[in-house]
Design a protein around this ligand. Sequence first.
Ligand code: SF4
Length: 366
Amino acid sequence: MRYLEEFRDASLVKNVVAEINRIVTHPWVIMEICGGQTHSIMQNGLDQLLPPQIELVHGPGCPVCVTSLELVDKALAIAAKPDVIFCSFGDMLRVPGSSGDLFSIRAKGGQIRVVYSPLDAVKIAQANPDKQVVFFAIGFETTAPANAMSVLQAKALGVENYSILVSQVMVPPAMHAILSSPLNRVQGFLAAGHVCSVMGYWEYPEIADKYGVPIAVTGFEPVDLLNGVLMTVQQLEAGKHEVVNAYSRVVSKEGNIPAQKILKQVFQVCDRNWRGIGTIPQSGLCLRPQFDAFNAEVRFNVGEIQTKESEICIAGQILQGIKKPPQCPAFGVLCNPENPLGATMVSSEGACSAYYRYARNESVNA
Ligand code: SF4
């Protein structure tokens, strides 16, 4: 397959690893932002190919993992209503709220549907005019344009029984939060290629300059990821902190301008609470007031939400690169994919799930 197979080529992988080995002289901590990148690294054993000086830590780019407990609890309360069809991506169904998950609501008779696109949820609303249809609109800048499109389409079609429960977050404010923390260990970033395919990477030079960190826009295949690591290590070793594009077959500096326009038409920037991390100012996207009719939080009064997080789960520290999954005392013991205590063990992009699935349960350096 053109544009894909060549980025999985074993001889190319060996060459890039050899070059990283040749140039590295110091220990460096590099964070891949995206949970999809984390899983590709683990699945392909890239972490085990790198020289011991390079430590990869895993960022907050897993939408399911960072959706706040309060919003998960609101989703559970809305989905339990008898006149509601609640639509979600499959990953969200097993994410633990304060008491139960969407599967447990389904088991009690709630109408939960797994969809692959918010536009499918609009169709469900058209087909069920006597029901309220709610889509759980989670994700980063990558999913925001499609979620915005669903609202515009519902409005254009006069579909009044459709609304979205919004948990949209943005990458650059999270990078600021990680780098400005006194506990920060990150010295370079692999930026998430799919987010940059929408937003470009014009926002990143300011971050690179402010904190003195190199940033490589990086894809998801083994050669993409290793090229991102190589371009980051080259800069770290040279004392540079520039933004480079290691995913130029997909990403341009300015990004997808029509998608950005739709996103801005429907959403506005707001503060957002990230699960396990806390509130990051101006890190979220919320529906603009003129779309209140499509805002599930406005449409449904779910009463006072009292959240209760697992006291053991350290997912927030893992998502900031401060700790790794095997450092959680519950990892693989009290917490596993069958009995998850945190969202990072459930999501297909979660770091705990990646370590469990690919058996990276060896002890790691703090
Ligand atoms: S192993 Fe489970 S309890 Fe520990 S951080 Fe991961 S999700 Fe949380």
